[in-house]
Every structure is written in structure tokens, then in C-alpha cells.
Design a protein around this ligand. Structure first.
Ligand code: MG
Length: 338
């Protein structure tokens, strides 16, 4: 292994820059003091950033460097998807230990760049520095969107349907199994949950297609957990929501995890979980149109409840029993780290 200290900053940077492809709209790419980017006329820039800290957001024993990079890309891509913005340009900052492995840093960037490229975005610059302790990665991602087409959290109206893509709760269950069972969580029966946690697929393509339909009145991505993120959407919209257990898609694997973790499938669905799925308020008249767009892209979508006039969130169980939903999203300072 070659350490970063052995090679030195300039040589490491040269190695990182050599792996980058210039993207569309890039007038000047990496290598100068700043990149020059050219947004299309009439489009607004959407900007988001996320930091992953080793030991908090990822563990090297669970993911190869490429997968860590791809997951950081997914976290940012998912935020742009929640705005219905098209991913364009990214800045990557890395804080690595001096005795860190060159190939690990190169692998992180390679995985991250490949994940961005699948959605039309490229790395246009960044920063490389040394970290005394945990490694960390910060990605800033810019996208573009027609300003009047951008989704927000604040547009939900009473009577709108609540829709979610994929199978919420899986990522959190995968992380919980990994912490509980250690390497036994790698058993084939938990594979789908570990994949949801470690190799999430952001819903960029679906978001762009749904934005065309005009069916979505408010949106957020599920990065902290269904209950926590729904609460944010409801608060921003000044509304509440009612979710129905019966309307969730069957998830036998999640049921198995609930048994193994001493929980219930309903609790896992609402718990802290970085699924990077879309949580949407949908015009009820557009339900079928919405389902058709999702089916055409092969993305599961479920209509799991509705927006209510009065604030607060209610859970309607299989039997019809109603109970308040507690907000329990991931909290960077309160939730136990993985
Ligand atoms: Mg988000």
C-alpha cells in the first residue's frame, strides 16, 4: 500500500484529477482556483451538501471505498431528486489521515464519480486535506431546474395523497442488523436490507419524469426516516398526515428483520432510516398518472395515506385502530451512531 504521506499532496491530487472526465456545461474544470460552470438560460441552480464521517456515517469494515463514495453521491443526488432538479456539477472535499491508503481515496472518488455520471453529473473541483482523526468526505452537488417546476416541502394540501417510493425502513433495519449481528448480518436472508443501507439508489430519473406530470404538490427525500421526514414536509406545509398500515407494500424481509430485532414491521417503517427514497404529496386526481410513470421506470411506489387539514401525524393500524405517530427521525446529536 502507498500512504498519502509517502506520495505527498501534489502527487495525490494529480492522481485524483487524472480520473476525472469533463462534464457538460463545464467551461473550466478542476486544476485552477475555481471551476467555471455555465447553467442553461432560464434554469435555477439547486445546491445541496452532505458530509459523511468515518465511524458515524460509514464503516470501512462494511463497505469498499467505491461503495462509500457511491453512497455519499446517493445522499446528495437524493436531495436534488426531492427538488426535481437535474444533477450537474459536484465539489468533493476529502479529509484523510496521513497514513491513509492512496488506493482507498482513489476508490472513493471513483465510486462517487461513477454514481454521479449515471445521473449526468461530474466532479468539477474540490479540496484535499489531512484529518488528525476520523476520515471525512463532503460532497457539494449543484443541479438545475426550471424555477417554477422545483418541488418544495411546503406545497401539500389537505386531501393530497402521501406516496413513497421503494420499501421504507429497509436501510435502517439493515444498519440495525449489522450492529446487532455483526458479520452474521451478511447472511443471504438480510442481503436486501444491507443493500438498502449500503448501496441505495437515488430516485433522480423518477423525480424528473414525475415533475413533468405536475402531479406532485410537495416532496422530500427519506434520509432520516419516514416519520421524521414526513413531519418536516407536514410542518413546512402547515398540515398533518394520516398513514394507513394496510396501504404499505408487503415486505417479508422487513418482517423477518422485525422479528430478529424484537421490533414490529410498522415501527421499522417509521424509524430512523436513510432510505434515499422519495416521499411525495400527490394530487389525488393524478394518482394513476403517477403510478404509471413510476411503473414505466420500474420504481415501486405506494400511496400510504393522505394529507390532513389539522397538524399532527396519525397511524391507522391493520385493525383500523388510530394512534399518534411520534417523530423519530435520525438526529445527528441524539440518535446512536451506527
Ligand atoms: Mg433531503
Amino acid at each position: 500500500m502507498t500512504t498519502l504521506r509517502e506520495l505527498g499532496e501534489i502527487a495525490v491530487l494529480e492522481r485524483l484529477l487524472a480520473g476525472l472526465e469533463p462534464g457538460a456545461g463545464v467551461r473550466l474544470g478542476p486544476g485552477d482556483d475555481a471551476a467555471l460552470l455555465e447553467p442553461a438560460p432560464g434554469r435555477a441552480l439547486a445546491a445541496t451538501t452532505d458530509t459523511f464521517v468515518e465511524g458515524v456515517h460509514y464503516r470501512v469494515e462494511w463497505s469498499a471505498p467505491e461503495a462509500i463514495g457511491a453512497r455519499l453521491a446517493a445522499a446528495n443526488l437524493s436531495d436534488l431528486a426531492a427538488m426535481a432538479a437535474r444533477p450537474r456539477w459536484a465539489l468533493l472535499a476529502i479529509g484523510a489521515r496521513r497514513d491513509g491508503d492512496l488506493e482507498s481515496v482513489v476508490g472513493i472518488q471513483r465510486g462517487l464519480g461513477a454514481a454521479l455520471a449515471r445521473h449526468g453529473a461530474s466532479i468539477v473541483g474540490g479540496n484535499l486535506t489531512s484529518s488528525a482523526d476520523a476520515e471525512w468526505l463532503t460532497l457539494t452537488l449543484l443541479g438545475d431546474v426550471a424555477p417554477d417546476r422545483a418541488w418544495r416541502r411546503s406545497g401539500a394540501r389537505p386531501g393530497d395523497l402521501v406516496a413513497v417510493t421503494g420499501l421504507p425502513g429497509r436501510a435502517g433495519a439493515g444498519a440495525a442488523l449489522a450492529m446487532r449481528l455483526g458479520s452474521r448480518a451478511r447472511a443471504p436472508e438480510w442481503r436486501a436490507l444491507l443493500d438498502a443501507w449500503l448501496v441505495p439508489e437515488p430516485r433522480v430519473g423518477l423525480a424528473l419524469a414525475l415533475a413533468e406530470s405536475g402531479a406532485v404538490t410537495a416532496a422530500i427525500d427519506v434520509s432520516d426516516g419516514l416519520a421524521g421526514d414526513l413531519d418536516r414536509l407536514c410542518t413546512a406545509s402547515g398540515r398533518g398526515a394520516e398513514l394507513s398500515a394496510r396501504d404499505f407494500p408487503e415486505d417479508a424481509v422487513l418482517e423477518g428483520a422485525a422479528a430478529a430485532l424484537g421490533s414490529t414491521v410498522d415501527r421499522l417503517r417509521l424509524a430512523p432510516s436513510d432510505d434515499y427514497e422519495l416521499l411525495l404529496a400527490v394530487d389525488p386526481a393524478q394518482r394513476e398518472a403517477c403510478a404509471t410513470v413510476a411503473a414505466a421506470r420500474g420504481v415501486p411506489i405506494a400511496f400510504i395515506g393522505r394529507i390532513t387539514d389539522e397538524p399532527g401525524m396519525t397511524w391507522v393500524g391493520e385493525t383500523g385502530a388510530r394512534a399518534p405517530i411520534e417523530t423519530q427521525g435520525y438526529d445527528a446529536f441524539r440518535t446512536e451512531t451506527r
